[in-house]
Write a protein that binds this ligand. Structure first.
Ligand SMILES: *Cc1c(COP(=O)(O)O)cnc(C)c1O
Length: 430
C-alpha cells in the first residue's frame, strides 16, 4: 500500500492486504470473480444503530432510501433492525415487500407517481404519500375513492434553501422540480383536510444529497416548523415531520457532521412541537459499507497519460462519470511495483468511462483494485451498456461471504428480446 487511507467501517488493511470484515478481498475475487460488489453487514448495522442512537428517546422513524441500495438482502437486514423505507417507485415497494419489510413503515416520494403505483401503495397500506403537486393529490384522491380507502398524505415542501452540494443532487431550490412552495402547500393541505378520503398526517422535505453542513438542514426545518404552526392555527394537526435524507459521507477528506449532531440540532428546533420525527437517509447508511473489486486488465502507457484499464466500467459504477464523483481506489495486496500515476478506466466505448483520474498506484496487469465508498448509488445505477452483465453482490458477515445477487449471465441480456418472423424470412432477390 503506497498511501495512508482512512478506511471506511467494515474494511481494514492488514499487512498490506484489504479485508472486508474477516474475509480478504483477494479471496472474494478468487471465489466470485470480478467486477464484484462487496458489502460489510456490520458496517450497515452500525450505521443504522448510529441513527437510532442519535434520536435518543425521541419518537422517530428512520426510512431507508431504497434507491441508494435496493438489494432485497440489504432491505431485509434493515427491516430486521426496525427500519422503515422511503420509496420512489412501485418497483421499490415490491422490493420492500419481497424483503419482508413492513408497508406500514413506507413513505412514497417522487414527482411522478403513476395510477398503478398509487393503487399498489394504497392496497399495501403504506404509511404515507409524500405528495409533490396538486395533480398528484387529485389523482391520489380519485384512486382512494375508487378503492374505498383513506390515503394518508404529507406535502413535500420546497423550502428554497441552497444545500451547497453538486447541482445534480441539489433538490431544495425553487428552480428544482421537487416539492411545492409554502403557499401551494397550504392550499393542498386545505384540500386534503376537506376531503373525506385524504388524511393529512405529516409534512416532508428533502433538499439534496451528500450534504456536509448542518445549516441547510436547519434552514429547511425552520420552514417546515413555520408551516406546521400555521396549519395548526387553522385547525390542521399533523403527526410527523419528515426532514428527508441527504447527510453526506466521507469519500475523500470531507468533514461530515455525525447523525447525533444533526439530530440534536434538529430536535432543538422541533421538540416543542411534540411530533414524531422522520428521516430518510440512504447514502449515510450504506455508502461506506461497500466496495467494488476490479482487476487490472491492461496497463497502457500513453504519450501524456498512463491508463490502467480495469474490468469494471461506467456501467458498473456511474458516479464518477455522472457527477465527477471522487472515490478512493486502492491496491488490495502489497505490491513491489514502482508507483505511477494512472487514469483508471473501464473497457466501455466512452471517454467518460473512468473510475478515477490521476491515481498513484503500484500495479501490474492482473492485480486487484478496490473502489471504496461503493455501497450507495453504485450497483443501483448500474446498467448493461455495451452488453456487459451486471456484477455479483456479496454480503460479508465476519468470516462468511453470502452471495446476495448472482452475476448476470450474458444470455440473460437478450432473454426478453424477440425475433419477429418477418425479419429474414424473404429471400434476397438481387
Ligand atoms: C434520494 C432521496 C433520499 C436519500 O438521500 P441520501 O442522500 O441517500 O440520504 C431521501 N429522500 C428522498 C425524497 C430522496 O429522493
Amino acid at each position: 500500500m503506497s498511501h495512508d487511507h482512512n478506511m471506511p467501517d467494515g474494511f481494514s488493511v492488514r499487512e498490506g492486504s484489504l479485508f472486508c470484515e474477516a474475509v480478504s478481498a483477494d479471496s472474494l475475487a478468487q471465489r466470485f470473480a470480478t467486477p464484484l460488489y462487496v458489502y460489510s453487514q456490520t458496517a450497515i448495522t452500525d450505521a443504522f444503530a448510529e441513527w437510532t442512537e442519535a434520536f435518543g428517546g425521541a419518537e422517530h422513524l428512520i426510512c431507508f432510501a431504497v434507491k441508494a441500495n435496493s438489494n432485497i438482502a440489504i432491505l431485509k437486514l434493515l427491516a430486521s433492525l426496525g427500519s422503515g423505507f422511503d420509496i420512489v417507485s412501485g418497483g421499490e415497494l415490491r422490493r420492500v415487500l419481497a424483503a419482508g419489510g413492513d408497508a406500514g413503515k413506507v413513505v412514497f416520494s417522487g414527482v411522478g407517481k403513476s395510477a398503478a403505483e398509487i393503487e399498489l401503495a394504497l392496497t399495501a397500506g403504506i404509511r404515507c404519500f409524500n405528495v409533490e403537486s396538486a395533480s398528484e393529490l387529485a389523482l391520489i384522491e380519485r384512486i382512494a375513492r375508487n378503492l374505498n380507502k383513506v390515503a394518508p398524505i404529507s406535502i413535500r415542501l420546497n423550502p428554497d434553501v441552497d444545500a451547497k452540494t453538486h447541482p445534480y443532487i441539489s433538490t431544495g431550490l425553487k428552480e428544482n422540480k421537487f416539492g411545492v412552495d409554502a403557499e401551494v402547500a397550504r392550499a393542498l393541505y386545505r384540500t386534503a383536510h376537506e376531503s373525506d378520503v385524504l388524511l393529512p398526517v405529516g409534512i416532508d422535505c428533502h433538499i439534496g444529497s451528500q450534504l456536509t453542513e448542518i445549516e441547510p438542514f436547519i434552514d429547511s426545518v425552520k420552514h417546515l416548523k413555520n408551516l406546521v404552526l400555521d396549519l395548526r392555527s387553522s385547525g390542521i394537526e399533523l403527526q410527523h415531520i419528515d426532514i428527508g435524507g441527504g447527510l453526506g459521507i466521507r469519500y475523500r477528506d470531507e468533514e461530515v457532521p455525525s447523525a447525533k449532531v444533526l439530530i440534536t440540532s434538529v430536535r432543538d428546533q422541533l421538540d416543542d412541537l411534540s411530533m414524531e420525527l422522520m428521516i430518510e437517509p440512504g447514502r449515510s447508511i450504506v455508502g461506506n459499507a461497500g466496495a467494488l473489486l476490479t482487476r487490472v486488465m491492461v496497463i497502457k502507457e500513453g504519450e501524456t497519460k498512463d491508463f490502467a484499464v480495469v474490468d469494471a466500467a461506467m456501467n458498473d459504477l456511474l458516479r464518477p462519470a455522472l457527477y465527477s464523483a471522487w472515490q478512493t481506489i486502492i491496491e488490495t495486496a502489497p505490491s513491489s511495483v514502482q508507483t505511477r500515476v494512472y487514469d483508471v478506466v473501464g473497457p466501455v466505448c466512452e471517454t467518460g468511462d473512468f473510475l478515477g483520474k490521476d491515481r498513484e498506484l503500484g500495479i501490474t496487469e492482473g492485480d486487484l483494485l478496490a473502489v471504496l465508498g461503493a455501497g450507495a448509488y453504485s450497483f443501483t445505477m448500474s446498467s448493461n451498456y455495451n452488453s456487459r452483465p451486471r456484477a455479483a453482490e456479496i454480503l460479508v458477515s465476519g468470516t462468511d461471504a453470502h452471495v446476495i445477487r448472482k452475476r448476470e449471465r450474458v444470455e440473460d441480456l437478450w432473454a426478453d428480446e424477440c425475433l419477429p418472423e418477418h425479419i429474414g424470412s424473404q429471400a434476397h432477390d438481387d
